[in-house]
Design a protein around this ligand. Sequence first.
Ligand code: NAD
Length: 510
Amino acid sequence: MSVLTMQNPATGEILGSLEEATPDQVRQAVQKARAAHPAWSATPLSDRVAYLSRLRHYLVEHGEDLAQRISQDTGKVHFEAYMTEIFVTIDTIRFYEKHAEKMLAKQKVPTPLLLWPKKSYIHYKPMGVVAVISPWNYPFQLAVIPVLSALIAGNTVVLKPSEVTAATGLIIEELFRAVPLPEGVIRVLHGGREVGQELVAARPDKIFFTGSVRTGKKIMAAAAEHLIPVELELGGKDPMIVCSDAPLERAANAAVWGAFTNAGQVCMSVERVFVHESVHDRFVELVTQKTKALRQGHPTGAEVGSMTFPDQREIVAQHVKEAVAEGATAVLGGNFPADDMFMPPTILTNVTPDMKIMQEETFGPVLPIMRVSTEQEAIELANRSPYGLNASVWSENRARARHLAEQLESGNVCINDVIISFANPHLPFGGVKESGIGRYRGPLSLQSFTHSISIIHDPGKRNRELNWYPYTEDQLTMMTGVTNLLYGKNRKWNFNALGAIWRELRRLRE
Ligand code: NAD
């Protein structure tokens, strides 16, 4: 049995150790979840929602403690841990408390006249066992929100949190013990890649994955073996487009926050900035001045925390080193002492679109800025990426901003703001291109954890239908007549067809 060591990345302090789940434990967890599913899916939605309220109260009461422990596990500053892990979760729970009944209610749909006297509706049926596999950058909310979405929709859930932030996995397990659910309804399995692979191989009924593009593709390939539906929330290389009429002070504040919050380890970080040449120099001056004022440290009284995952630190350092070697200028930062998990916020100018720093996800505190001569050039460069998660457009001209926003190949776009689209639970969240498949949050946030079952209901009073056996010549005459009448250019009655319809209607009564 492998053991995971939990360590505070900011201080090096060992937080404890944890045993990884064995393949048998993974299979048993899925079996237990399957056994628990019929009773849980039959539990009235009002009871499931009442569970959410209990959980919300617990989180409000213990949120600060939990945020402190998440800080220790990740190196993020305390305020960010509270705001982006605890508050966002509580806010989403409230959204579900208010809207779950409506989102999951049977939905009546119109039935065309030709199908009279039938009635039609959609029933949202839980899928069964949902596997949630989550990453280390927001290890609490990116695990708990999908888990709760799946549970409220009537599924049972097996969660595998990231091994990099195993201590937060433990916090989540404790949370579900403190506010308990019936046996088997939610299970947390600790461990790394192998445990994730075993979970996929155990054939859950849906996989909700958040993580890297590389892993997402592997999971989708493995899931394809059994046609298991997957939802993939993957990486990004988010562009920020600063137009000549941008509110520059606000844009500079946003760039600094958007690039350095959570030490840049955000799937929606500002990772590429395209600034119109008329405001470029002033923008660089402003972001440099604002970045110099940032306080780096841990966990309270600071603004930028440490990196969470040592391997990521190496990727960030490599991207910056290569960019500088290829001609980029480090206006600020750029020197990363070996093994120091506190990477100084770095601003790069003179970057070019083909540099790795402008192509691949850096996922660290780096803000590369490029000068452009037109907005169209900015759009073209922004779209020249395999990713499409989030983006931002900066302009005081409403029509121009919206026109540019709609040209971006991105699942989410903010105008005169960054990252914030995720904070509105009414908006769907997800990527295009290699940033992912599927949407969660928004009006479909619960339906995406269900099968939409189409139900059509005939009163059953007649012995047969007009299109059933035995076939007659009249049926074809009737069909062509009806097609002409309903869909033809001239929409004319055809007397042969009328006769055929009359005879067929009479035959119905026999
Ligand atoms: P990762 O892909 O390395 O790991 C994610 C999870 O998958 C972990 O729990 C890991 O143990 C598990 N895993 C790894 N290999 C597996 C396999 N073969 N089968 C099953 N499970 C496996 O990602 P990460 O480094 O933890 O997270 C960072 C990435 O996540 C970044 O690319 C970031 O942009 C992305 N991300 C995306 C979103 C989003 O909502 N789109 C949010 C946060 C992070």
